[in-house]
Design a protein around this ligand. Structure first.
Ligand code: NAD
Length: 556
């Protein structure tokens, strides 16, 4: 098929979809894989707003603009296996000579020299068409819809249950804000842990999307109705989830007035971006959208003040007994800027619940069936359950996921795997492709939120033992290791999760096509990537990581 016909068929803006099946459109699976994943990121079932090329996380995009999107497709259709495509903030800018085991795409998104690294400067450049916000997996083409965050959220809530509630959230009320691309995983992760869930989102379309994909059970515009439902459910220890169309601050205020104190309280509104993400209280959604266009200074001011009110209400609930934690959206920092002096009086979720996993090299391992055939994913699920018979959590997760998760776009799966496990899984998958038990190649990737790939002092690296929170040499070393090791595409981004100036992080995706080339690359990349997590945490003084350093022969 020529480029024009291909674009008409698969990228007829805003109707994007990945080709499926075993027939190549490009010169090899090494280029077919990024092409399919780029188109999958923009698929209407996957992306939050494909019309604006936005995948998730406020304004996280897959390509800078329409011309860039089409050019990326055109380049991948003809790229050779001794070439690599350079993508600068969502725009393809060149091709360099490389070799068969090198990455086919090298991506840098949203990076700014530190003294210029703020939203104001970024906005000027964006308006001039020079830069794009890549979030974490939006601009690096490995977003897999809400499932991607579901397992991480499930892990976080179950760690919280282990730490505070003897391992179960039955009869406990969990309240949060934001039911968007990431936040939309909260209701299902909460009910999978047994909790009663109440979440607020100002945008009804976001809640409707969660209803359609069965991530949430009920939706209402009425606080009174939501209250009735959740109180009944909590009393019956029923794991019901309810989405209320409301400003989150208003919901928290109502709960305090009614003396309803949730056992667990967090938030996933798009607070990382006070202009194009968070919606200030007191404004209707349409009014907010209008004000964003007309007066960004006023908008930001209202936004920061609303976040201050929001966080002060969270602190009030904390003082009344709610286990309260920040869920990685930089809410505390912007609330502080808006006047909430004590905003940092609750912790982030990483030091509270995730860091021990990072010390084992664990993180969000994910894979996608390029065939488009759900059977391929079910085959991998079974293979992993067989390969890790003693991992009870993994089995529970994979069994529940196969039953409950509706695939969005290309079928995919996620689970947290650690050092040794990731390489083992990768090699098993490669054999399954080689033996024809999976109908086409798959790709393995991960979130940039991982053990060794990110510096983000208000999230993944908050409160490191040695104070090294802001040192971003680590994600750069991770990027270099994965490039040298032969990942199929690699990326380095700035600002993901917490916004401009607050994080730097690296991503990788590797093709599993049943070849010896893939096997060699898997052995390097899926070893090095989690190893970086153990090395980083051991260097910071974590004793668990030190033990793992010895266990996996990573000492020098
Ligand atoms: P999103 O933009 O898809 O959704 C955010 C939602 O918040 C939207 O639906 C919006 O309507 C809603 N919202 C905004 N202001 C509100 C208000 N005042 N009251 C109620 N609802 C409001 O973003 P997302 O992908 O869901 O990500 C949410 C946040 O989590 C972002 O800041 C993102 O950077 C961060 N994040 C966290 C993790 C993690 O692992 N914890 C990972 C990635 C991103």
């Amino acid at each position: 098929m020529d480029t024009i016909s291909f674009i008409k068929k698969y990228a007829d803006h805003p109707k994007y979809m990945s080709p499926v099946g075993t027939k190549l459109n490009t010169r090899s699976w090494q280029t077919e894989a990024p092409l399919r994943m780029f188109l999958n990121n923009l698929n209407v079932e996957v992306a939050e707003d494909p019309k604006n090329l936005i995948v998730y996380g406020g304004s996280g995009k897959a390509a800078r603009d329409l011309d860039s999107a089409r050019k990326i497709i055109e380049m991948l259709l003809k790229l050779n296996n001794d070439e690599s495509l350079l993508v600068q903030s969502g725009k393809p800018v060149g091709i360099v000579r490389t070799h068969e085991q090198a990455p086919r795409v090298l991506i840098a998104n949203s990076n700014l020299v530190p003294a210029w690294a703020n939203w104001e400067h970024y906005e000027k450049l964006r308006k001039n068409g020079l830069i794009m916000f890549g979030q974490m997996t939006a601009g690096s083409w490995i977003y897999i819809g809400t499932q991607g965050i579901l397992q991480g959220t499930y892990e976080t809530f179950s760690s919280c249950a282990d730490k505070h509630f003897n391992g179960s959230l039955r009869g406990k009320l969990l309240v949060s804000g934001g039911l968007g691309g990431m936040g939309g995983a909260q209701p299902l992760a909460a009910t999978m842990n047994g909790a009663t869930f109440l979440g607020a989102d100002i945008d009804p379309e976001r809640i409707e999307k969660r209803l359609k994909t069965k991530y949430i059970d009920r939706m209402t515009y009425s606080y009174e109705e939501a209250k009735k439902w959740i109180i009944e459910a909590k009393n019956k220890k029923e794991n019901l989830s309810v989405g209320l169309v409301s400003d989150i601050g208003d919901l928290l205020e109502n709960l305090i007035n009614d003396n309803i104190i949730p056992e667990i309280l967090t938030d996933q509104t798009s607070a990382h971006d006070p202009i194009n993400g968070y919606v200030p209280s007191g404004l209707k959604l349409e009014e907010a959208i209008q004000l964003r266009k007309e007066n960004q200074i006023k908008y930001k001011d209202l936004s920061l003040k609303s976040m201050a009110r929001h966080v002060n209400l969270m602190l009030k609930l904390k003082s009344l007994g709610s286990i309260t934690f920040d869920y990685g959206n930089n809410l505390r920092e912007f609330a502080k800027q808006g006047g909430a002096e004590d905003a940092f009086n609750f912790n982030g979720f990483v030091p509270e619940y995730i860091r021990p996993l990072f010390c084992e090299g664990k993180g969000p391992f994910r894979w996608v069936a390029l065939s488009g055939d759900p059977k391929d994913i079910y085959t991998t699920d079974e293979a992993l359950i067989k390969a890790f018979p003693n991992n009870k959590n993994l089995r529970t997760w994979l069994t529940q996921a196969a039953e409950k998760i509706k695939f969005q776009g290309l079928p995919s799966r996620i689970c947290w795997l650690g050092m040794g496990e990731r390489e083992k899984a990768g090699l098993i998958f490669n054999d399954l492709v080689r033996e024809g038990k999976i109908s086409a190649p798959i790709v393995i990737g991960r979130d940039h939120l991982d053990c060794g790939s990110v510096a983000s002092p208000y999230r993944e690296t908050e409160g490191m033992l040695d104070g090294s929170d802001a040192i971003s040499d680590w994600p750069l070393l991770n990027l270099m290791s994965n490039t040298a090791g032969g990942a199929t595409w690699v990326s380095f981004h700035h600002g993901g999760g917490v916004g401009m100036g607050y994080s730097q992080h690296a991503g990788m995706v590797i093709l599993v096509d049943g070849t010896n080339r893939a096997e060699t690359c898997i052995k390097r990349v899926l070893h090095n990537d989690p190893a970086l997590g153990i090395i980083r945490h051991s260097d910071a003084g974590y004793s668990d990581a030190n033990e793992n350093l010895k266990k996996f022969n990573l000492e020098i």
